[in-house]
Design a protein around this ligand. Sequence first.
Ligand code: FE2
Length: 234
Amino acid sequence: MLMNPADLRNAPHTLLDLLDATAARVFRTDLSQPGFAIADLGADLTPIQFRSMHIGFAAALDHAYDRRFSRRLLLRSMGRFDQKVSAEAHLDGAPDESILMLGYEPSEITSRLFLIDYTRCAFDRGLQPREFLDRFNPTFGEGRSLLDAYATELTPFDRRHYRIVMINNSCTPVDRAERGMLGVLHKSIVVDPKSTQTRFVNTMMLSPADVAADDVVGTEDVRAYLNAGAFKAA
Ligand SMILES: [Fe+2]
């Protein structure tokens, strides 16, 4: 979905609709939903404004997860990195139930992002997601070719825009689908990287906790991330 930050300022209630649609797609309780969503915020932001929205999205997803599942979604880590290498299909290192929020800044470097529904691929073969990953390597051979049919390229993915991609990064059995944590793999191809150019990706990882749980990342750490993209893992 394409969002104009100025429109959001003028009509903030539209953010709730956006988050509801995002929550249904990302916190999926069945395999008819994709397990990911993108918010394209256009080009008219600064990196600090963008990180402010990134933090706001994390707080809003926490709220949306609580409303739907009566559990919190806690921010566990965040940071900003200049990433210029491709990555084969993978889950980011995190608890078995986790949501990854990737915040892409505008870049001269073209890249492509693929989301791969390995949970569905496993289900179609009578396997749990963890069993599938234990049995097949997603990055080559049979595992890779099995997953080809379950890959979706995220388009449009405009390198000139600020974009937030929310990915269900979980590895949860399908019979626990009521927790909304059925995951997908992600894979990125960085096309023609040039060492003189930057490609900044802001990364946040969230994972569920009891509804009464306190934040695990402190205010000072969130401020350091906001101001300078500082890395912190709790
Ligand atoms: Fe990753």
